[in-house]
Design a protein around this ligand. Structure first.
Ligand code: FMN
Length: 192
């Protein structure tokens, strides 16, 4: 299973739409997927007690993360970095961390023209500290308002091609690090 993490809890987030598109994309590649939406986190995650008394939803999302062969993070850029709620969620993950040794792929989303570059680079630094295996081809979706328009999905052919190529490459990357179980039927992708 590939987990798709929506890296914000903002109501009306455009990153959430991108995450839903990623779910459809990986599903079409024959990968079972599971969305981890930070919008589901309860307000208790902001409590001073949250580090010792983990809210049940954090533990549930952490379990999904741990069960995933790979993780795709769709994240917006907020004030030149990634959202605080994403850092809080990552800080509340249990030890041993489900991020350690996890293949992870990033998709930056921003209204600005740098496509979330600063958010992606900040998260890369954090994930390397957590000993994750970073897929080297991140995608930066700039001018997201124009890219989505009034639609709930990206239809621009060049952007769709980039998302498709990243997903195919990431599945091959995950397969090398965490081979799929033999029992699972899955269409094989062409070698790079
Ligand atoms: C608190 C906040 C800070 C933001 N900071 C930036 C920024 O630094 N650079 C940028 O390009 N867009 C910034 N934006 C705009 C987001 O890129 C835009 O909302 C985009 O749709 C992705 O975020 P979303 O998933 O919340 O919709 C910011 C938005 C919010 C809510």
């Amino acid at each position: 299973m590939i987990a798709i993490l929506i890296g914000t809890n903002r109501l009306g987030s455009r990153t959430r739409l991108v995450g839903a598109q990623l779910v459809r994309l990986y599903t079409a590649l024959g990968e079972p997927t599971h969305a981890i939406d930070l919008g589901l986190l309860p307000v208790e995650v902001g409590s001073p007690r949250a580090y010792t008394e983990k809210p049940a939803e954090v533990s549930r999302l952490a379990l999904s993360l741990g069960a995933a062969r790979g993780l795709v993070v769709a994240l917006p850029e907020y004030n030149g970095s990634f959202p605080g709620v994403l850092k809080l969620f990552l800080d509340l993950l249990p030890h041993p961390s489900p991020l350690e040794g996890k293949p992870i792929c990033l998709v930056g989303v921003a209204r600005g023209r740098f496509g979330g570059l600063r958010a992606v680079e900040d998260l890369q630094r954090h994930l390397l500290y957590r000993r994750a295996y970073l897929y080297p081809h991140s995608i930066l979706l700039s001018d997201i308002d124009e890219l989505l328009g009034t639609e709930a999905r990206i239809e621009d052919p060049a952007a769709v091609k980039r998302l498709q190529e990243q997903a195919e490459g990431f599945v091959r990357f995950v397969d090398r690090i965490v081979p799929p179980t033999e029992s699972r039927e899955k269409p094989r992708l062409a070698s790079p």
